[in-house]
Design a protein around this ligand. Structure first.
Ligand code: PEP
Ligand code: MG
Length: 325
């Protein structure tokens, strides 16, 4: 693996026949501050803000958040850094904000919590905007969106935070791009309306797989059923890509699928613009993409979309990847 890292770390992610795709970092643990950890990423595609919140004993103040976010934005100056607003609930608990529910993954999660607690959301967005002053590389992403009302409400709050911060600041405050995660299946049928309200989409394939297949992503008993290569998931991902191209909206994917050679191949072929993943997977994915032919990847995709089980998809993809070496 060390060899692969050395070979490709400074090279672009581009296929043999010239189709390029951007590889970004999933971050949140703090490792992104260290240059040696970037592994050739050209920005941050997902900064999970809940991770620093989870490591504390109370909600961080606006000033504490500013300090933290400045560090993150500074780790990739002049490159996009996508910060996701607080995504707690489900399996991610804050010790100082207990939630007890029978079905946490179908309950109070992500944007649902922060819209019910605008004071938490406003402090976080204000901190992001203030951290971005003088840098300008911030993008804001909303988790667990299931419909347009949530987007309207969140954008209204982001605008409020923007006017507050602008009024308090002597210098111009940049207006960040705002995007949403596509991870609740209902959004697949509202892409056209949603595309008019935001600047980018990013698929959360972990949750999208969980909700599309009704398989708890953390339950070992049903783990064999949790498979992002299930034909239904692949067809959903492909439909999203087709629709994003019609709407001319930027599309990325930041779930585990992006970090696997077979997944990256299929997503490239579908037309995803960006893939975001853990740092250690970037060199391997880049190596695979650089040894691929885009036209060939499209043929492989067409074949996968016609298969009827996840097992068939895995077998076929493994065969094709072996041919690559
Ligand atoms: C996802 O759901 O795919 C995702 C990237 O977000 P998380 O894993 O943090 O829920
Ligand atoms: Mg998710």
């Amino acid at each position: 693996l060390q060899e692969i890292v050395k070979q490709v770390i400074d090279l672009p992610a581009i296929t043999k026949d010239g189709k390029s795709i951007e590889l970004l970092l999933n971050a949140g643990l703090g490792a992104e501050f260290d240059d040696s950890m970037k592994n050739g990423a050209i920005g941050i595609g997902l900064y999970r803000t809940e991770i620093p919140f989870m490591e504390r004993s109370c909600f961080p103040s606006e000033l504490e958040q500013i300090t933290l976010y400045k560090k993150v934005l500074n780790s990739f100056p002049r490159q996009p850094v996508v910060m996701r607003t607080l995504d707690v609930g489900g399996d991610k608990a804050l010790p100082y904000f207990p939630i007890s529910e029978d079905n946490p993954f179908l309950g109070w999660r992500g944007i649902r919590i922060t819209l019910d607690h605008p004071e938490i959301f406003l402090v976080q967005v204000r901190a992001m905007l203030r951290a971005n002053i003088g840098l300008g590389n911030l993008e804001i992403m909303l988790p667990m969106v299931s419909g347009t009302t949530e987007v309207d409400d969140a954008v209204r709050l982001i605008n409020q935070a923007y006017f507050e911060v602008s009024n308090e600041s002597d210098v111009a405050v940049a207006k960040p791009k705002v995007g949403i995660m596509l991870e609740v299946p209902s959004v697949i049928f509202q892409l056209s309306e949603l595309a008019k309200k935001v600047d980018f989409f990013s698929v959360g394939s972990n949750d999208l797989t969980q909700y599309l297949l009704a398989v708890d992503r953390n339950n070992s008993r049903v783990a064999p059923l949790f498979d992002s290569y299930h034909p239904a998931v692949l067809r959903a991902l492909n439909k999203i890509a087709e629709q994003a191209q019609v709407e001319l909206i930027e599309l990325s994917l930041c779930g585990e699928l992006a970090s696997e050679p077979g997944g990256a191949l299929l997503l490239l072929a579908m037309g995803y613009d960006k893939l975001s993943m853990n740092a250690h997977n970037i060199p391997r994915v880049k190596w695979v993409l650089r040894h691929l032919d885009y036209k060939q990847a499209q043929l492989i995709l067409s074949h996968c979309l016609m298969l009827s089980t996840a097992k068939q998809v895995h077998n076929y993809l493994n065969e094709q990847l072996e041919l690559l070496g």
